[in-house]
Structures are given as structure tokens and as C-alpha cells.
Ligand binder design. Structure first.
Ligand SMILES: *Cc1c(COP(=O)(O)O)cnc(C)c1O
Length: 453
């Protein structure tokens, strides 16, 4: 590991960075508004949870409000007609996820899209009905997946429904799943598995899964392979077609900065058989005949044929702003810089006197942290820090001190703080300052612990 860079070296990295202009495209919140006790801008390392507003997104939304205000629904003079609000998004997004334009749609929300796709593509039989998911999955995925076998009590016995989810867990003493262990589960339960549903990047640990290998194995055993890309899209390289993924969902308010609760997206591989189980809606009807209001449903070919409702304009148009910035900067350039930003964060963290590579012990008395996220290349932007001693009260205290000093990460119970230096708006200088703040927060925690708290 290289020696940690100095403050001056970090400032030089920012000055020399050909992508340093992208930060100026974003509105960086004031630290105090985020809960800090210091002046100045927040060090916002929380884009994994909610991405920041870009100036172009504000502009695009104002344009839509102006159009609404001046022309009501007669907005067809405008160069972004609401009827086709997703048209300018589709080519950018298809490129970003490594898919054909016919394979992606932007509509609804992530969890709603899981339900939509599972209703269509989860077609259990008494012989093949199980769904594989990780035990540590994001709760919404877990709830959603668990609800589907219940809808099939006509073909599944109560015992089968109870037995329908295979939950993957890391080995004892490990934090992340090994591909070889997932493969073993797939081989063992091969002919009973209908769908393998995994995250591309795990929200808690930041682990990037080997989608290509797991997709291949899923297909070898006759199952479908689906991905939740909430933490993947806009964060890591995505190659849905090359990986031969069957279907995928994502949200756009994390790394794509579309705003709270904004439009979700999904992917359906061209040619994936739906067995006539599509849930139809007027926005899935071919746009050529959609407004003829005929009772006969004529689906749009491809993924867009599975949409239900007209697209949320105010929740879609901010997304266009991020996609345009990504296009201008070049995805590969951004990804290369992102690896460097997170790598710099890791180098500085490992040089901290509070860094440990050990699991927390029951008798720990000193403040410390461990990085749960795997090494490059099996991660994206986020590093997940497990705060020690791993007992109630410690992590939230450390988190609050960081926040007071202007570092906005996010806390995940029981013991994790996630830090994501986002390539579009964070800097190397901020990475350096973030680690100083963490070190100070842990020093203060040691004093607290010494008092017996
Ligand atoms: C953020 C996130 C969600 C959120 O779901 P919504 O339907 O957008 O509220 C779901 N799953 C995962 C894995 C996430 O990271």
C-alpha cells in the first residue's frame, strides 16, 4: 500500500483533475443545514442514499413548471413533450446499463417494478419454485420477494410456500458472500430454483457481485437471473446484455441524482418469455395507437410494453441532467476517477491509528473501525466501516460527532457507517478531511469509553 497522500498532494490531485468541473454542476448543501455545528459546505458522502441536486436538474424542472404554467396540457410545442418524456432518457440509460434501448423502461419505483417483474416472470411449478436471495438483502427486496410465493397457493403446498426462499448467508466470521458458496447453493438446489435474485452492489457491505458468473450458473441450472441495481447503476460498470441477465430493476435517486422518490427503471432481456402473464396498462400500449383509446391492448415491443402509467415528468427530468453530465464527462473516465477517489479514501483509512482488520471482540474497550467492503475490483464507490466496540450506542455517537463536524455519511444499524465519495461531486481534498473528522470522532469516543460510557 502506497504511503497516504498529504493534504497538499490531495489538493494537487483536485487541481490536476480533468473532471474537476463536474462538482460545479451540483448544488452542495451547507454543513449546518445537514446538522453540523461548523460553517461551510457539507462533506456530502451520502450519494449512495440520495444523490445531490444538479444545477441542470433544477433548470430542467423549472422549464417543466414553466411549460405547465403557461400551456397546461398543450405542451406539444415544447421540445420535450411529456407524452414522450422518457425518449431522451432511453439512449443514455441503455448505454449506462449495457442494454439495447428496447430492453429498458423508466417508470414507477424500484419496489413496484420488482412486483411487476416477479408477477410476470416468477411462474412456479410444484417442481421448480424456489427463489434465491441474500439473507442480508435490503428489506424492501426481502418483503417483496417473500410475498410472491403466497400468490401461487394453487400450485404450491403450504409447506412449499414456507420453504420457497433460499437465503444466502456469508460464512461464519465473514461479512460478504463468496461466489463459490453461492454457486454451491445453486448446484445443490438446482432443479428447484426458479429465480436467483441478487444485488449488483450490496447496500450494507458495498460488495459488488460477480453478475456474469452467477448469471451463467443460474442459467446452467435452469433458473432465471435477476438483479437489483439500486446501488449499482451510476456507480459501477453495468453490462446487462454481456452478463446475460434476464431482468433487473433500479432506482435513480441514489447515484443518478434524480431527486427523492423519483422514477425507477427496469430491464427485460429481449426475447424473455412472459408466458402471457404480463400486467398491462395504457402506457405499455404501443405509442402509435395508445391515444386511440381502444379496448384492445397492443403492447409496445420490448420492456416498455410492461409499463403501466404515464411517466412521472417531474421525477424523470432531473435524471436527464445527470445523464447528460455523465455523457459529457465520459463514463469510463468517471469510473476510473471513482476508483481512485475510493482507493484514496481506503489508503487514508488504513493509515489511521484506529484502523483494524480484526473482527470486533466481546471485550473491546478501545474505539476502532474495520472496513467491511471488499477490495477493488469487488466494490463500487462506497466503503462500509464497522465501528468498534461493536455495542449499542458507540456507532451512533461516532456518527453524530462526524455529522457535527460536517461529514455527512450514513449510519446503518447495528454498527456500520457508510461513506461514499461520489465521483460527480466529491473531491480528493474532501476525502482527506473526512478521514481527519473520523479520526477526531474516534478519539472523542475513546474519551467517552474511558469514562465508562
Ligand atoms: C434504495 C433501495 C430500495 C428502495 O426501494 P424504493 O422502491 O425505491 O423505495 C430498494 N432496494 C434496494 C436494494 C435499495 O438499495
Amino acid at each position: 500500500m502506497a504511503p497516504p497522500p498529504t493534504k497538499e498532494q490531495l489538493a494537487q490531485l483536485d487541481a490536476d483533475d480533468p473532471l474537476n468541473w463536474t462538482r460545479g454542476e451540483f448544488e452542495i448543501p451547507d454543513a449546518k443545514a445537514c446538522g453540523a455545528k461548523v460553517d461551510g459546505k457539507a462533506i456530502y458522502f451520502c450519494g449512495n442514499s440520495l444523490g445531490l441536486l444538479s444545477k441542470a436538474a433544477r433548470q430542467h424542472v423549472l422549464e417543466e413548471l414553466d411549460t405547465w404554467s403557461t400551456s397546461g396540457h398543450f405542451n406539444h410545442k415544447y421540445d420535450r413533450p411529456w407524452k414522450y418524456v422518457d425518449r431522451p432518457l432511453t439512449p443514455h440509460l441503455a448505454k449506462l446499463v449495457g442494454a439495447k434501448e428496447s430492453e429498458v423502461a423508466h417508470t414507477a419505483t424500484l419496489t413496484g417494478n420488482i412486483h411487476n417483474l416477479f408477477t410476470t416472470f416468477y411462474k412456479p411449478t410444484a417442481k421448480r419454485w424456489k427463489i434465491v436471495i441474500e439473507k442480508g438483502a435490503f428489506p424492501s427486496d426481502w418483503y417483496a420477494i417473500y410475498s410472491h410465493p403466497n400468490l401461487h397457493s394453487d400450485v404450491l403446498s403450504p409447506e412449499q410456500i414456507k420453504d420457497s426462499v433460499i437465503a444466502l448467508a456469508p460464512r461464519d466470521g465473514e461479512e460478504t458472500l463468496r461466489t463459490e458458496d453461492i454457486v454451491e447453493v445453486l448446484e445443490k438446489n438446482g432443479d428447484e430454483i426458479a429465480i436467483v435474485w441478487l444485488p449488483l452492489v450490496q447496500y450494507y457491505t458495498g460488495q459488488l457481485f460477480d453478475a456474469a458468473a452467477l448469471s451463467k450458473k443460474s442459467h446452467d441450472i435452469g433458473a432465471l437471473f435477476g438483479l437489483d441495481m439500486a446501488h449499482g447503476v451510476g456507480n459501477v460498470d453495468v453490462k446487462l446484455d454481456a452478463w446475460n441477465v434476464d431482468f433487473a430493476v433500479w432506482c435513480t435517486y441514489k447515484y443518478l441524482n434524480s431527486g427523492p422518490g423519483a422514477v425507477g427503471g427496469y430491464f427485460i432481456r429481449d426475447g424473455l418469455e412472459d408466458n402471457n402473464r404480463r400486467l398491462a396498462g395504457w402506457w405499455g400500449n404501443d405509442e402509435k395507437t395508445r391515444f386511440q383509446m381502444s379496448p384492445e391492448f397492443q403492447p409496445t415491443p420490448g420492456a416498455k410494453g410492461y409499463q403501466h402509467s404515464n411517466t412521472n415528468v417531474l421525477g424523470s427530468i432531473p435524471l436527464l441532467a445527470t445523464l447528460e453530465i455523465i455523457d459529457k464527462a465520459g463514463w469510463d473516465n468517471l469510473r476510473a476517477k471513482a476508483i481512485c477517489l475510493t482507493g484514496t479514501l481506503e489508503t487514508l483509512l488504513r493509515a489511521s491509528k484506529y484502523y483494524t482488520d480484526k473482527a470486533p471482540g466481546p471485550n473491546d474497550t478501545k474505539a476502532a473501525f474495520r472496513i467491511l467492503t471488499p477490495d477493488e475490483p469487488w466494490r463500487g464507490t462506497q466503503l462500509s466501516l464497522e465501528i468498534h466496540p461493536a455495542r449499542a450506542g458507540v456507532m451512533p455517537r461516532v456518527f453524530d460527532r462526524m455529522l457535527e463536524a460536517g461529514l455527512v455519511g450514513d449510519e446503518r444499524q447495528p454498527h456500520v457507517i457508510r461513506l461514499s465519495p461520489v465521483v460527480l461531486y466529491n473531491t480528493f481534498t474532501e476525502v482527506g478531511r473526512a478521514v481527519e473528522i473520523l479520526n477526531d470522532a474516534l478519539a472523542a469516543e475513546d474519551e467517552e469509553l474511558a469514562k465508562g460510557n
